[in-house]
Structure formats: structure tokens, C-alpha cells
Write a protein that binds this ligand. Structure first.
Ligand SMILES: *Cc1c(COP(=O)(O)O)cnc(C)c1O
Length: 443
């Protein structure tokens, strides 16, 4: 357990942390430095960052190449408004992205984070139909367990889970379908078919191939291709939310690289700047963009944030993208995928393990804690403490523990992560039957 420090206590006096019950949460771990895959605490303790600091970091902490490029940009142009003005980094980043995104993507719209990238995508769809005088098309189809962000539009197209319960009455109505996990494809295609011929359906938004917050739940490229094909046959626009999956997480640069069909709109953030700065962007195909072109001002997209296309964030993204596109990074991702595949083989079918899911650099172990669901949240706390004791940062999602490491994570460092996952299985096996908690979990 991290010892209380002055920084943590000062934090406790003035701060309010995200997704945290401030009354019962332990003091936060004070991190003063980052170095590759490691986070270094005030007292010198080193923690291996097994989840890329909430899925954002790609090339390690305090990366020298990104730091240099950001520093140069800071001394050249820190910011300029993006209505009526432009700057080199914004143009260059858009040009480079359109080179590597699915061929139909034609325009880049900047915003601030993943949630705003989703908001912009939803507005693009709704106003596309509004501008084309089909305002009755305004219903979105989403996956039942999806997560697309914390702003109101993004919450509306996300799972109606416990976290958003206080806001349910204010969220707009959507149509939920199940995730077409292996074995359920035909059933879910049927659910989709029942919706897409309706005159009010406008768009289908999805996390391609892997639903992150749902517990790294995977489904096949074949079924997603079929879903996109069917949506397009009915004029329903498809939004691929690549906020988590983008920039190499699933092996290929983008999850949509596994597809033959192309989405109409795509959302990015998280790894976009290599985990350096907040930035989001939404891209779209030409027909979407063209529906906003008119001699009438009111057909324009009236959405923008003060920091739209911030030059420093664009510079970080350019620097990170250069690293991501280098052959060394492709090799790193392949190496992590190979190690994950071997570990999956080792774990699958063992007692205490319900399922192991793996795609690219992401691996998730779903532990089997038996039937008593009251045990789940305590198990999560046990997992969390166990990882900190091993000097590893992981954030279990209930009984699912996932690895989503920076690409620079070495094989030795991966071994440390696997050791913790093995220890978690022991924890499940030893404590689940008796529902006894480990000693350090007195609450
Ligand atoms: C994290 C996430 C978001 C929200 O991004 P923020 O930058 O946290 O607002 C949206 N969609 C997906 C798939 C995500 O994983």
C-alpha cells in the first residue's frame, strides 16, 4: 500500500477525482515522473503502467521524440483560433491521417476528447438528414453494453448502466441491440434487420471489434462487415468509434483495417497524441461533408471548441503518429500480440478462468468468481490491491482484468503483468469458495 504523503494529503483536501467515491477511496498514489512503461511515485516506488494510463499512452511516458516536437511547437505557436484561421500542424495531421484511414474518409473535424468526437459524429448524422430534409431520421442504434463517453449525447448512445442512472430521464432514446459475440451473430443480425428498415433510423454507432468498457468484449470483423453492409442498404449511416481501438491497439493501425466495408464517420482520441495531450477528432466520408455545403449559412456545422485543433496537441499527434507508423512500432505490437497469445493458451480452460479474450496488444482475463455477485466488487478491490502490491497499475472491470500496455513494454515487463494475472487466479480460487477476503482488504 502506498504510504500517505504530503502530496496525497494536499490532494485529498482540495480535489475531486473521476469515477471515485471520495469518502471511501484510499489516498491517490502520487506520481512525479514517467519513464517508458513506468510511473515513478514521490517515494521512489516504480509502477508498471499495464493499462497505458487509461488507454491513452502508446510509446511510453515522457517520450523524448514527442517532447521535442511539442516543445518546438510551444515556442512557435501555442494556439490560434480555428474559425477563419489555420496552421501547419493541423493541415499536416489531417493530410497524414487521411492517407492511412479507410479510403472513403475525406474530411477531418477537430475537437477536444473522445466524448466530443462522439458528439460531433452524432451531430453530423442528425444534421446530415436535417440538411437533406429527412428530419424524421433521428434514431441511433447502439450496442447494449457500449461506452462512447460521458457527455450527454455520448451517454445517450451508451449502455444504460448504473453509472449513468441519475441522468437516464434526460438521455435521448436509442435502440439497443446485443453484441454479436461468437455464436450469437445470426440473432443480432436479426435484431438489426428489425430496426434498419424503420423510417426514423439514422445511424448505427459501434466500438469496432472490441467493446472496451464492457470488459474488452470481442466480436468478428465478418459480422461487423455484414452489419455495415445491411445499414448501408437502408441508408443508415455507420459511426466507428475508434477512440480506444485506434492507433495500433488491436494490431493493425485501426480496427477498421480488419474490415472490407467502410464506416461513414470515425471518432478518435486517446492514443491520437500518444497520450500526451487531450485531443479528439471526427472524420467523415465526402457525402456527409457535402450535405453541409450550401449558399445558406444555416446548413453549416455549428459546433466548435475554444481549443479546436490546438497546435501543441496537433504537434504531439504528428510526433506520435510518426512513431506509430515506423516499422519498429509494428514489430513491438506484433511481439506483444505473440506474448499475449501464448499467455492466453496457458490460462484458457484453467480453474477460476471463465474466458480469455485477446486481439492485438489487448488481453482480457474474465475470472470465474462463482455465482455470488456480491463478491464481484470486493474481488475487484482485491485485484486492485494485488496489482499495486506487485508494483503494477491495472484497473479491473469487475471480474475482468485486462492488459493494454504501451507498445514499448518489454517481454520482461509483460512477464510481470502475467505474473499478476496468475496471482489473481490464485486469489479467485483460494477465496471465492469461502467468500473470505484477503487480510489487507478490511473494510
Ligand atoms: C474512452 C472512450 C470514449 C470517451 O473518450 P474521453 O476522451 O474519455 O471523453 C469514447 N469512446 C470510447 C470507445 C472510449 O473508449
Amino acid at each position: 500500500m502506498p504510504q500517505p504523503t504530503s502530496l496525497a494529503q494536499r490532494d485529498h483536501a482540495v480535489l475531486w477525482h473521476p469515477y471515485t467515491q471520495m469518502q471511501t477511496a484510499p489516498l491517490p498514489v502520487p506520481i512525479v515522473r514517467g519513464e517508458g512503461s513506468w510511473l515513478i511515485a514521490e517515494d521512489g516506488t516504480r509502477y508498471l503502467d499495464g493499462i497505458s494510463s487509461w488507454w491513452v499512452n502508446l510509446h511510453g511516458h515522457a517520450n523524448a521524440h514527442i517532447a521535442r516536437r511539442v516543445s518546438e511547437q510551444l515556442q512557435t505557436l501555442e494556439h490560434v483560433l480555428f474559425a477563419g484561421f489555420t496552421h501547419p500542424a493541423a493541415v499536416e495531421l489531417a493530410e497524414q491521417l487521411l492517407e492511412i484511414l479507410p479510403q472513403n474518409q475525406a474530411r477531418v473535424f477537430y475537437s477536444d476528447n473522445g466524448s466530443t468526437a462522439v458528439e460531433v459524429a452524432l451531430k453530423m448524422v442528425l444534421q446530415y438528414f436535417h440538411n437533406r430534409e429527412q428530419p424524421e431520421r433521428r434514431t441511433f442504434i447502439c450496442f447494449r453494453n457500449s461506452y462512447h463517453g460521458d457527455t450527454f449525447g455520448a451517454m445517450s448512445v451508451s449502455s444504460r448502466g448504473a453509472f449513468t442512472a441519475p441522468f437516464w430521464p434526460l438521455l435521448f432514446q436509442v435502440e439497443f441491440i446485443d453484441v454479436p459475440v461468437p455464436g450469437r451473430e445470426a440473432e443480432v443480425l436479426g435484431q438489426l434487420d428489425a430496426l434498419i428498415s424503420r423510417p426514423d433510423v439514422a445511424g448505427f454507432i459501434f466500438e469496432p471489434l472490441m467493446l472496451g468498457t464492457a470488459g474488452m468484449v470481442t466480436y468478428s470483423a465478418e459480422v461487423l462487415d455484414e452489419m455495415i453492409r445491411r445499414c448501408h442498404q437502408h441508408g443508415v449511416l455507420c459511426i466507428a468509434d475508434e477512440v480506444m481501438t485506434g492507433f495500433g491497439r488491436l494490431g493493425h493501425l485501426f480496427a477498421t483495417d480488419y474490415l472490407t466495408e467502410q464506416p461513414d464517420i470515425m471518432c478518435f482520441s486517446k492514443g491520437l497524441t500518444g497520450g500526451t495531450m487531450a485531443m479528439g477528432l471526427t472524420t467523415c466520408a465526402a457525402p456527409i461533408y457535402e450535405a453541409f455545403l450550401s449558399s445558406e449559412l444555416m446548413k453549416a456545422l455549428f459546433h466548435g471548441h475554444s481549443y479546436t485543433a490546438n497546435p501543441v496537441a496537433c504537434a504531439a499527434a504528428l510526433a506520435s503518429l510518426a512513431l506509430t507508423r515506423a516499422p519498429e512500432c509494428t514489430a513491438q505490437r506484433a511481439r506483444i500480440a505473440t506474448a499475449h497469445a501464448a499467455f492466453r493458451q496457458e490460462m484458457e480452460g484453467q480453474p477460476g478462468i471463465r474466458e480469455v479474450r485477446h486481439l492485438g496488444t489487448v488481453l482480457a482475463v474474465e475470472y470465474d468468481p462463482g455465482e455470488d455477485t456480491s463478491y464481484f466488487s470486493r474481488l475487484r478491490d482485491g485485484f486492485y490491491q494485488l496489482s499495486l502490491e506487485h508494483n503494477v497499475v491495472l484497473r479491473p472491470l469487475g471480474n475482468v482484468v485486462y492488459l493494454l500496455p504501451p507498445y514499448c513494454t518489454t517481454n520482461e515487463e509483460l512477464d510481470l503483468l502475467y505474473t499478476v494475472l496468475r496471482a489473481m487466479r490464485e486469489l479467485v480460487l483460494n477465496f471465492a469458495p469461502a467468500l473470505t477476503l484477503p487480510e489487507y482488504l478490511h473494510d
